[in-house]
Design a protein around this ligand. Sequence first.
Ligand code: FNR
Length: 366
Amino acid sequence: EELTIIRKFEHIEHCLKRNVQAHVSNGFEDVHLVHMSLPEIDKGEIDMSVEFLGRKFDYPIFIAGMTGGTRGSQLAGKINKTLAKAAQELNIPMGVGSQRAMIRNPETWESYYVRDVAPDVFLVGNLGAPQFAETMPDRYGIEEALKAVETIQADALAIHLNPLQESVQPEGDTQYRGVLKALAELKAEFPYPLIAKETGAGVSKEVAVRLESIGIDAIDVGGLGGTSWSAVEYYRAKDEMGRNLALKFWDWGIKTAISVAEVRYATDLPIIATGGMRDGITMAKALAMGATFAGVALPLLKPAVKGDVEGVIKVLRRYIEEIRNAMFLVGARNVEELRRVPLVITGFTREWLEQRIDLPAYLRRR
Ligand code: FNR
């Protein structure tokens, strides 16, 4: 049990002190918004609000889950409360990190609890898919899922899909057999929305269709091009074999831009575009491609560990102003209109998508 907690700290430390990002882009450099010289709107009238799972948010940005699992007011608790204050201020949703530590050590619940500082925030709990696998000893079911949500008064639960990370770490949970069936059973009884969430390797159209077929409510594509969990595991590896494996898979996965297109093409599910989202122009592109939110993790970690709420808000406000400016320059009054502006897709992303989806059909239906 102590191990899970130590692991969390190691992850945060590596994320703060080393380069843990993919060496490749998230693909949005291949996606182009077309400048409009006659926007025919006033910049001041732009409405950036979005609806998601029955709630309305002021801005299309999602604070992706990162941490939890320490006692009381220690590091993880401080990070979550800092992020939550920013999310409350801006009326945007946020997730917490994996609650596996809390299921094992219930006394760590407070490190995930933010309701005292963020009474209205749309909060998403987090458990890992392998914990629901058929061959997992003490596998999770509805009881653990309810505990995750209700202990912290969350509004929804994210199930993270992380086979890449698990496969390159020595103590990884590489059982995935029966996960889809378990999630289908969970969904059938569970009274809260369920979000399937990748963690840096992207969701393909095939996986998205399966997730939609069991009633999953939304997909966070968690694509390639931002934080790389193989990179994190590379630094944690204990021997040369481990380091080699993690290095080889550092840039494995489906780029975020590509994953958004595949999931939007193949399903009607709301999409959170997470993975290497580092500026508002990129975020505007993701929204234009059909995402409801751009999700951000790593850039918010630095101010959050310092308890710097204003610092977190400042980063987010910069993104918001960049999104707003991009919306003005393509003449989109709101996010719905942004989904209908012309998009040009070039290069690697185009080549990929031409082999995988009906690109013109996707561009019409996004
Ligand atoms: C994460 N992420 C993550 N995801 C998850 O589902 N459960 C978790 O416990 C964590 N933990 C975590 C810790 C830290 C320090 C980071 C930076 C990230 C993944 C995160 O939610 C997101 O999907 C990826 O980090 C990609 O976004 P960025 O970092 O490229 O903006």
